[in-house]
Design a protein around this ligand. Sequence first.
Ligand code: NAD
Length: 482
Amino acid sequence: MTTLWFDTDKCLIKGQWQAPLGGQSLALINPSTGQELAQIARGQQADIDAAVAAAQGALAGDWGALTAAERGRMLADLGRLVAARADDLAALEAADVGKPLKQARADALALARYLEFYGGAADKVMGQTIPYLSGYTVYTLREPHGVTGHIVPWNYPMQIIGRSVGAALAMGNAAVLKPAEEACLTALAFGDLALEAGLPAGALNIVPGLGPEAGAALAGHSGVQHISFTGSVATGVAVQAAAAQNLVPVTLELGGKSPQLVFDDADLDAALPFLVNAGVQNAGQTCSAASRILVQRGVYDRVAEAMAARYRALRVGPAAHDLDIGPLISARQRDIVQGFLGQTAPEHELARAAMAADLPPGGFYFAPRLLAGLAPDSPLAQQEIFGPVQVLIPFEDEAEAIALANGTEYGLVAGIWTRDGARQMRLAKKLRAGQVFINNYGAGGGVELPFGGTGKSGHGREKGFEALYGFSTLKTVAALHG
Ligand code: NAD
């Protein structure tokens, strides 16, 4: 791993790296080896209090005084610093999350792109003038909420920081970031680069720590005006309930059981890489993972065979070896995934990826599985596994495909593979999802594309220009001048 160029066991508060007030730290584990990687701060209520006060101070001071163009320029500068350090950031993320280096590098460049995008957008969010009664001039102002809280998971720390903190800062909010206790290094590196980019003290504060401690303290803090949360449904419910005590708006991004629908007329050669990659990328620990592949009967056997062949060719190994798949994030996550698999009879396993020969003994490795023949209402076909497990389900016709696709409690992303233009349009309207991809899936990350779910996938939108509306509040000004 690259040398750590910042203190890992500190919080960033008011532009300074500070030891947590409770003086405690937590071990960060490298999932590829099971060995300790670093110690991080165990931030608690008092640290969150200090971070919120620092953010309030920034809003009342240097940060709040900047013009939108000045803020944007600063974020763009930060994006350039991130891009210049992409290899270092990738090495940190690979060691911390266990993702192969090339994926980690793509995530670092995505963070840079978010900052470029939101830096450029900062001075382009405008209000309206509204025709009204005679003698009035009415207009709207888009204003920051104030202090925004960002509770981030471990699966894509850099990307989620980019889309959430990047958009919030662009709108002039001051942020308090609580990274995940399982993967925290790139959040801290980001804080260090933000100082180098000249972000005023308190505009960005970072308090690592445990969810029920630092996370809960942030979600329920009366000095916070907006919470952005990405993670599990159960924690999303707790975060929303805590924020409700202060009537604070919440954006929840909670994952899914996203389908890709493959019709008989699909271009299978084009579809196949997307069908498999979207299920196993990041070892399946992706909120928008396509964990259900729904296939029309006429091509079902061909798709099943071709996907199985791809599974057998996948290689699982340590992040630094840059194979197809790294380990899962933790022993706990591997237990969860294996627990799901425990419910499956062996005949349902169509294919399994291969483990590299030289796996470090302590790593949290799990071979991706392709499953078939399961009832659509079985837990494996209904619940988010958050591991590299995909379920193949056949369908007869369009009506059945829609019923299956919409037949879970989630609604995050859906993919449609068909050459029939009318069917593409019909399905795009009928599928219950925040994003629908036609003859592709994921659209290469899509910094510009609004993202979020319905149902148990959560609510609110991040990414794209839409996020700027979410991270701001609208004021209507009505002037009677006669
Ligand atoms: P989690 O939801 O518990 O953790 C996500 C973040 O929330 C972390 O920063 C954590 O510290 C924080 N947190 C935990 N409890 C909190 C609380 N009471 N108040 C405020 N913040 C709190 O997720 P996890 O335990 O890391 O993973 C469990 C499951 O969550 C996974 O198996 C997966 O299904 C899901 N998950 C989804 C996503 C996603 O992108 N949608 C990401 C990570 C995990």
